[in-house]
Design a protein around this ligand. Structure first.
Ligand SMILES: [Zn+2]
Length: 201
């Protein structure tokens, strides 16, 4: 998965490891990495043992991503980043309506000083599909998880033919929810250079 960088890739790697100091630069870096991934040109930066040693004493990721646990959406691979680059919070269905998830978001913002917080939805999301489908209801913890997602997208219940719109709307609702927390909104509103929120599908 992560391979040593070849000589041929050196110039790309140097370009990718340039320091990012603004949210706009972080978004550009993530977009460039995603473009490499989509085009089959990933360079797998920051995956070697030097990087492990470099980041062992402390972490300083430039972005936080709230994504789905789905095995098909491994965040670092999708954005062609490596060890220590992204603080990743993953749950099935990428819903932030829990203290554990929001505590993780707060940690990324308050202690790690990430410059971008991204909510990442994805196509064919089983969490969102299960939440809006009207098939037999799940019980226990799975039922609670699906119910939490469902409560955010009630207008899509039974509309499994609109799954992409439901997934996109669900990601947007998570961004809106995060912004209801005054300490997060304040960081974005008062200092746009400090933190940016976005959602991506
Ligand atoms: Zn999913």
């Amino acid at each position: 998965m992560c391979k040593q960088q070849s000589e041929k890739q050196t110039s790309l790697v140097i370009e990718d490891t340039l320091k990012v100091s603004t949210p706009q630069e972080v978004i550009a870096k993530l977009a460039a990495g995603n473009e490499r991934y989509v085009n089959g040109k990933s360079i797998h930066p920051h995956c070697d043992t030097d990087r492990v040693s470099e980041t062992a004493p402390h972490q300083a990721p430039f972005a936080a991503v709230v994504g789905c646990s789905d095995s098909r959406v491994p965040v670092e691979l999708l954005f062609d980043q490596g060890i220590g680059d992204i603080f990743v919070i993953r749950t099935a269905g990428n819903n932030v309506n829990s203290e554990m998830v929001m505590g993780s978001v707060d940690y990324a913002i308050e202690h790690l000083n990430v410059k971008v917080l991204l909510v990442l939805g994805h196509g064919s999301c089983g969490g969102v599909t299960g939440a809006i489908s009207e098939s037999e209801e799940e019980h226990g913890n799975i039922g609670k998880l699906l119910g939490t997602i469902r409560n955010d997208i009630t207008e899509y219940i039974g509309k499994t033919d609109s799954i992409d719109a439901a997934i996109r709307h669900h990601a947007h609702v998570q961004v809106e929810r995060i912004l209801t927390y005054p300490h997060v909104a304040e960081k974005i509103g008062n200092d746009a250079k400090r933190l940016k929120m976005a959602h991506y599908l």
